[in-house]
Ligand binder design. Structure first.
Ligand SMILES: NC(=O)c1ccc[n+]([C@@H]2O[C@H](COP(=O)([O-])OP(=O)(O)OC[C@H]3O[C@@H](n4cnc5c(N)ncnc54)[C@H](OP(=O)(O)O)[C@@H]3O)[C@@H](O)[C@H]2O)c1
Length: 349
């Protein structure tokens, strides 16, 4: 048996503690969380206690953790305006890195990120856990059965929360990332949509503010034209007044439909209707997908493990280039809305 890879955590905030650490701990044969660095050292020390990291491996600088020869790769969970400088240092140190989404705060930074990542053999992945979800792979099989894809409807809406754990993070309250919450959570939805249907070519959108004190928009109502020719609507917002959380994707084909109900996190369902018209409709099929409870985080770590242990960055699913497209769609929503809903081409890299 080969030894587990030693992981260094950069940014020991909420998601590092509540999601990444438990996901690593579920796979002790593959990972050992072995070092940490955080801007506020006290929080790194707290994290180290939970993770079983000795104080000697709690570092005071990015350079120091990147310079630790025992660390096989780093996992960075920072406000994303720091992603490019963190990548520059990791690549210079020859340290593989998985880093949290969105890829960057602006399109210029995202472009720079892709350029740096693609110019090195050091494996670099974006932690887009929704790309690893099992229902996506299952849905793709059925999408192939419904003929030419004509359109879709993608909805992710939910109520505002005044007490949610992410609410208090100052970098979200004073967001520098494109579209604020539209990209923070929205890149996951664009990841699913484009994984199912391919890349988006152009959008027409209006964003709005439920929270009128926020300088960033917090909801978007968009029409998207995919490169395949399919057209659909995309609705995203998590700060509405009281409402039931509603996450679904309906995909319309010339010979049927596929409907994904994602409201049950652990057991999403896929409903398939086959037939070119009502009269020829076959019996409805319903599939329930058992989703492992780290919601793709464990699988993204395992994907990165493979790339790092085999020294093969081509094995990475959530590449910077893929993640660039997700942010580019959100950027196009914002630009379209700023331009009175005019159609905007999605930037390519
Ligand atoms: N995939 C997902 O579903 C998901 C979910 C949640 C979050 N995330 C991502 O995870 C990352 C962290 O989010 P979070 O919710 O865990 O936020 P958080 O708790 O605020 O953690 C942010 C971390 O970054 C550090 N930091 C803040 N400003 C910094 C600066 N100027 N220089 C260096 N370090 C700085 C913070 O250090 P201090 O302790 O000193 O403040 C903290 O450790 C973000 O990229 C976010 O997009 C992903």
């Amino acid at each position: 048996m080969t030894a587990p890879l030693n992981v260094g955590i950069i940014g020991t905030g909420i998601f590092a503690r509540d999601d990444h650490l438990p996901a690593y701990q579920k796979h002790p044969e593959h990972f050992k969380v072995a070092a940490a660095f955080n801007r506020t050292r006290a929080k790194a020390l707290d994290f180290a206690k939970i993770a079983g990291i000795p104080d000697s491996k709690v570092y005071d600088s990015l350079d120091a953790i990147l310079g630790d020869k025992d660390i096989d790769f780093v996992d960075a969970l920072l406000p994303v305006q720091f992603n490019v400088p963190t990548l520059q240092k990791a690549v210079a140190a020859g340290k593989p890195m998985i880093i949290e989404k969105p890829i960057a705060a602006t399109m210029a930074q995202a472009r720079e990120f892709v350029k740096i990542a693609e110019a090195t053999d050091v494996p670099v992945a974006i932690a887009e856990n929704w790309l690893q979800l099992k229902f996506v792979a299952e849905a793709k099989k059925h999408i192939q059965r419904i003929g030419r894809i004509v359109g879709f409807s993608y909805n992710f809406t939910g109520p505002n929360s005044k007490t949610g754990k992410y609410k208090t993070t100052s970098w979200r309250a004073h967001a520098e990332h494109v579209g604020g919450s539209l990209s923070d959570g929205g890149v996951h939805q664009i990841a699913v949509l484009t994984d199912l249907l391919g890349d988006c070519e152009s959008v027409s959108a209006f964003t709005t503010n439920v929270d009128t004190e926020d300088t960033m928009p917090d909801a978007v109502f968009a029409v998207m034209k995919m490169k395949s020719g399919a057209v659909g609507n995309y609705t995203y917002g998590t700060r509405f007044g009281a409402t039931k959380k509603s996450i679904y994707v309906k995909i319309y084909g010339a010979e049927g439909t596929v409907y994904l109900d994602l409201n049950n996190r652990d057991a999403p369902t896929i409903t398939v209707n086959i037939g070119d018209c009502k009269e020829n409709a076959k019996k409805e099929e319903v599939y329930t997908v058992q989703q492992e409870n780290t919601y793709g985080v464990g699988d993204e770590m395992l994907n990165f493990y493979e790339a790092v242990s085999k020294k093969d960055k081509t094995l990475i699913r959530a590449t910077p280039r893929v993640a660039f497209h997700h942010l580019a769609c959100i950027d196009a929503f914002v630009k379209s809305s700023d331009n009175n809903g005019n159609n905007v081409k999605v930037e390519t890299v």
